[in-house]
Each structure stands twice: as C-alpha cells, then as structure tokens.
Design a protein around this ligand. Structure first.
Ligand SMILES: Cc1ncc(COP(=O)(O)O)c(C=O)c1O
Length: 417
C-alpha cells in the first residue's frame, strides 16, 4: 500500500487560507480574537471533518455490518473505506491491522490488557520511559500487577531527552515489551524511536509507540519505524473525539486474546464456547464510533492535502519565532531543550503560578494548558508541580506566537510589578 504522505505536495502552507477552513478559529474569547495554543491537548476541526460527520448523521446513518438494507450496506462500505484510508496513511501492510478504538488511552489499555494477559508472567519486565503520558504508565502498571511483572523506566536527562545508554542497560532477558512515547506531550521531544526499536528488535522484544503527539506534525510509516504497535487519537489529528487507532502487526494481533467481549467480535456463540471474528473485528466489540471513523478519514484527507512537508516547514518557522521571543523574557524558563522537537513548549514563569499565568493569558484570548499535562512523574523529574504549556499546530501564525510572548511578559508585569 502506498503511503499517502509520500505524494508530492506542491505549495508552501498558506496559513490565512488554511485558517478559513477552521470555523472555530474565527471566534473571539474574552472579547479578543482567539489564539488557540492548546493543540497538544486537542486540535480544532476543519469544515470537511465537521461536514463529513453531520452528513453521515443527516443522510447516510445506519449501523454497520448488521443490515441487508441499502443504508446499512452504504454505511458499512464507508466504514471499511475509512479503515483502508487509515491503513494507507500509516503505510500498514493491511487494513486488518487497523483496530478502531476510542483513542490512544484505549489502544494502550487494549495492548497492555490483551497482549499482557498472553505474554506477561511473574518476574517479567515492561520497559517504558520517564516521559510517558499517564496512559503509557497506568495500563502497564495494571498489567504488571495482574501478572506479577514489574515496570522499568528509561530515565530522562536535563535536556528532556531519553538516556539511551540507560535504556541499553535496562534491557534484560526478562524484558517482554518496550512501550515508549514517540513525541513528548510535555516537552515536545522527538524520541529516537528507530534506535530504540533496533535495540529492542535485536533482543526479540516487541515495541509499542505512542504516536498521540506525532501524528499532527510528522508523517508516520509503521513499516519504516519497524515497531509492533502504533497508537494515536483522532482528536489530536484535527478529527473527532472518541475515535482512535491501534495499528499492530497482524501476527501479533492475531495471537492476542480479545480485549472486550460482545457483539460484532464473534463468529459463533454458544453457552459452552465462543469463537471470535477475524481481525480487526475481534477487537471491536459492540457498536463502534462509525461517524468518528468517517470524520477521522476526512481529517487524514485534509492533512494529506496540506502535506507534512509544508506543515513541518510552517511549524518550524513558528517554533523559531516563539523560541526567539521567549528568550527575550528572562523570567520565563523552558523545561527541556531537546535537539529534535516539535512545537510543544512547557515553561515556568518566575514568581507566577502556572494556573495564574494561564488565567492571565486567557484574559488575552490565549488558550494554553496549565497543569501537570498527565505526566506527573516527568514533572517530578524536573522538580515542578506544574507548567504552562503552549503547543502549536499548522494553523497558528507568527502573530499568535508574538501574542503568547507578549502575554507572558504581561504575566510577569502583573505579578512582579
Ligand atoms: C502522548 C500522549 N499519549 C496519550 C494521550 C491520551 O490520549 P487520549 O486522551 O486521546 O486517549 C495523550 C493525550 O494528551 C498524549 O499526549
């Protein structure tokens, strides 16, 4: 299957034009034009995604895989096309490797629970990193508790990068899986996942990559990454909430027991015994988020239409602008200085609590996140309870970057006089 993101993409990104595709970006908050810089949390939706979703409910709606009537057949075809679209997007070998789930959280829970049940035993080790999102920690903790296994953690250095020598040391004959975040949701670090995969593969250890923060910034080719599982959420890719993707190698998924039982995931049910549907349906019990899958496919079409090269070029201009601006405010301190990063910036401001800074920025119409960003162990590593996080997407502008810097300067003035 040809990866869609390898298609040639011509023009540089015309951000004024692009913003017109996002109705919400035109609104005001607190009487000011909205400056939306909370994209690592969730992204805004282009008109094509909104239209696709409402068109489905208004004109095409029926449940899938259950009806002989035309509407249901059409919905089923659209659902299957959405799966094929995701498969091509990730350069998966087959659409059977694409499991629709609620999001990244459910995808990791699915693997930890199902793969864990079949593969983890007493004394085994699950290797994760110190910069995992809580959804890359807690599901594995639960799986370890059930199996009598234990978590081992690759540490992070002061720049916010994984310490690879430590990773090497932490692989032992008991290591059963490596589960790592591809791009940090708190620091923006792009982890050297190919090196990590190579380390794991040479030891026969499968790898799960959490791509929740990757997918809006960079093309993902699961065959090129050579990992075993890749997971992401639709709502962070300009798509709907409540839909996400688990990609897994077919042989691994095939060997895993079901995650949830119910309708749709079965072949034959008797009171004595049940046989299961083939992939991917074995992992899609019950009625799934059909509208979400269609919206996700529309989001993928939208992003592919812009092209990741154009997106990366524009975001690099934005990142450069913010970093230069922040450097002019001495009271602002960035957490982490990774060599390779995306536009996700965690910071503290001398004398200003992150929540207060977030509130002042909000009054300026600037939406950022203040808190622990679901990475409490990472916050502890850096000795801060919380940070302000600004996160960029391709629809942001240099003027918005400047507004952030001006807003932070205002925070300093308000609190320090
Ligand atoms: C890196 C990472 N992993 C997992 C998640 C959880 O995603 P969701 O809430 O969509 O399941 C997030 C959300 O912020 C994230 O940034």
């Amino acid at each position: 299957m040809k990866p869609v993101h390898s298609l040639p993409v011509a023009a540089p990104l015309d951000v004024v034009r692009v913003r017109e595709d996002f109705p919400l970006l035109g609104r005001a908050t607190r009487g000011r034009p909205l400056v939306y810089l909370d994209n690592a949390n969730s992204t805004q939706k282009p008109r094509s995604v909104i239209d696709q979703t409402s068109r489905f409910y208004a004109a095409q709606y029926a449940n899938v895989h259950r009806g002989v009537y035309l509407l249901s057949q059409e919905a089923t075809e659209a659902y299957d096309r959405a799966r094929a679209r995701v498969a091509a997007f990730l350069n998966a070998k087959s659409a059977r490797e694409i499991v629709f789930v609620r999001g990244t959280t459910e995808a990791i829970n699915l693997v930890a629970s199902s793969w864990g049940r079949a593969n983890l035993g007493p004394g085994d080790e699950v290797l994760i990193s110190a910069m995992e999102h809580h959804s890359g920690i807690v599901p594995w903790q639960l799986a370890c508790q059930t199996a009598g296994a234990r978590l081992r953690v690759i540490p992070v250095d002061d720049d916010g990068e994984l310490i690879l020598e430590e990773a090497l040391r932490l692989f032992t004959p008991k290591t059963k899986i490596l589960s790592v975040i591809h791009v940090s949701n708190a620091l923006g670090t792009v982890n050297p996942v190919k090196e990590l995969v190579a380390m794991a593969r040479s030891r026969g250890v499968p790898v799960l990559l959490d791509g929740a923060q990757t997918i809006s910034h960079r093309a993902v080719d699961v065959q090129d990454l050579d990992c075993d599982f890749y997971v992401f959420s639709g709502h962070k890719l300009f798509g709907p909430t409540g839909i996400g993707v688990l990609w897994g190698r077919e042989a691994l998924l095939d060997a895993m027991p079901p995650y949830q039982g119910g309708g749709n995931m079965i072949e034959l049910v008797t009171f004595e015994k049940t046989t299961y549907a083939p992939l991917p349906y074995k992992f899609e019990a019950g009625t799934t988020n059909i509208a979400g899958t269609l919206g996700l496919a529309a989001a993928i079409d939208y992003v592919a239409g812009l092209g990741y090269d154009a997106i990366a070029a524009h975001e690099s201009t934005l990142l450069d602008r913010v970093l230069r601006g922040l450097a002019t405010v001495p009271e602002v301190h960035l957490i982490g200085h990774p060599k390779e990063r995306v536009g996700v910036l965690s910071m503290t401001v001398d004398g200003v609590h992150p929540h207060d800074a977030g509130t002042i920025l909000d009054l300026e119409g600037i939406a950022v996140r203040a808190g622990h960003h679901c990475v409490q162990p990472l916050m502890e590593r850096f000795g801060v309870p919380a940070t302000i996080r600004a996160s960029l997407a391709f629809y942001n502008t240099v003027e918005e970057c400047d507004a952030l810097v001006a807003g932070l300067r205002k925070c300093v003035q308000v609190f320090r006089g």
